[in-house]
Design a protein around this ligand. Structure first.
Ligand SMILES: [Zn+2]
Length: 290
């Protein structure tokens, strides 16, 4: 088994063909590793944009890529054909989070009409794996590549950040540092129908506590002071994408509890937050009276 770590740069513009905003890929960068994670070489292709010839300032500021650099670029179709040659039956495609994968698919569909990645048989989200290895706590926040490098003491001084090839090299450095095959294996998914179903699945936020996926423990809180179970005051209400309720502890403290329950493709995610309701102090009362 070997690995191709992919990174893309793209330019956002409005497409008259599909009547919506489109992320047109302008650079493909990748590094290929063998099963012992030794480098088998790098890949880079600059793509001459056709949807919008104007590169936004945002892209130029971030990547340094401008119109001049792209004028000798190849077509997306040609670039993707060359990129596909890096793959065989046993090659895993990796990206740092699924956003590059989504943009890759969006471009393949736009330029070739295909709805699938024909050249790759396996995919893994390097971001999800590396974050899990770096930090076991799940804050619900996605760890960026720079934060991962910082956490692992990896230097990026010799690389140009936000350029596809160098970002893929940096991703490879992070990946190598945390890689253990047994731990990584569950992250490798065959690219089949189920893969696309999962990828395009839109998570749904649950708005009612009576929903069958809501387990009683999702709505239970303990007092941070005395660790007693809190009592519900009134009802759970849905607002600002969360279920909210007032709660009270037998010790006298009052709290506002917030829970966000999301139905994902094959699991449920729960985020809970508890804030204490403080009794207004004398000075605050005075201010409120003014
Ligand atoms: Zn208490």
């Amino acid at each position: 088994m070997n690995f191709v770590i992919l990174d893309l740069e793209w330019n956002g513009s409005y497409s008259k063909k599909v009547h919506r905003y489109f992320n047109e890929i302008i650079e493909i960068g990748a590094v290929k590793l063998d099963e012992r994670l030794h480098s088998l070489g790098t890949f880079q292709a600059m793509i001459k944009p056709v949807v919008s010839k104007k590169i936004t300032n945002l892209v130029t500021d971030l990547t340094g890529i401008d119109k001049d650099e792209l004028k000798d670029g190849v077509s997306f179709q040609r670039a993707i054909k060359m990129f596909g040659k890096l793959f065989d039956e046993n090659t895993v495609l990796l990206t740092w989070s699924t956003s590059d994968l989504m943009v890759l698919l969006e471009n393949i569909t736009y330029f070739t009409g295909e709805k699938t990645i024909g050249f790759a048989k396996y995919y893994a989200d390097a971001q999800a794996f590396c974050q899990k290895k770096i930090s076991s706590e799940n804050s619900g926040q996605q760890m960026g590549l720079s934060s991962a490098c910082e956490a692992l003491g990896i230097s990026d001084e010799d690389l140009s950040l936000h350029r596809a090839k160098d970002d893929s090299i940096l991703t490879a450095r992070v990946f190598k540092k945390v890689y253990v095959y047994e731990d990584f294996e569950p992250y490798i998914h065959p690219i089949d129908d189920r893969f696309y179903e999962r990828l395009y699945y839109k998570p749904k936020i649950i708005t009612k506590v009576s929903h069958p996926l809501v387990k009683p423990e999702f709505l239970q809180f303990r007092c941070p002071e005395c660790h007693e179970k809190l009592h519900l005051r009134g009802k759970w209400r849905y607002s600002s994408r969360m279920l909210n309720a007032e709660m009270r502890c037998s010790c006298g403290k009052k709290y506002t509890a917030k829970v966000q329950i999301k139905e994902l493709y094959d699991c449920v995610s729960v985020r809970k937050r508890l804030t204490e309701e403080l009794e207004p102090t004398a000075s605050e009362n005075e201010e409120n009276n003014e």
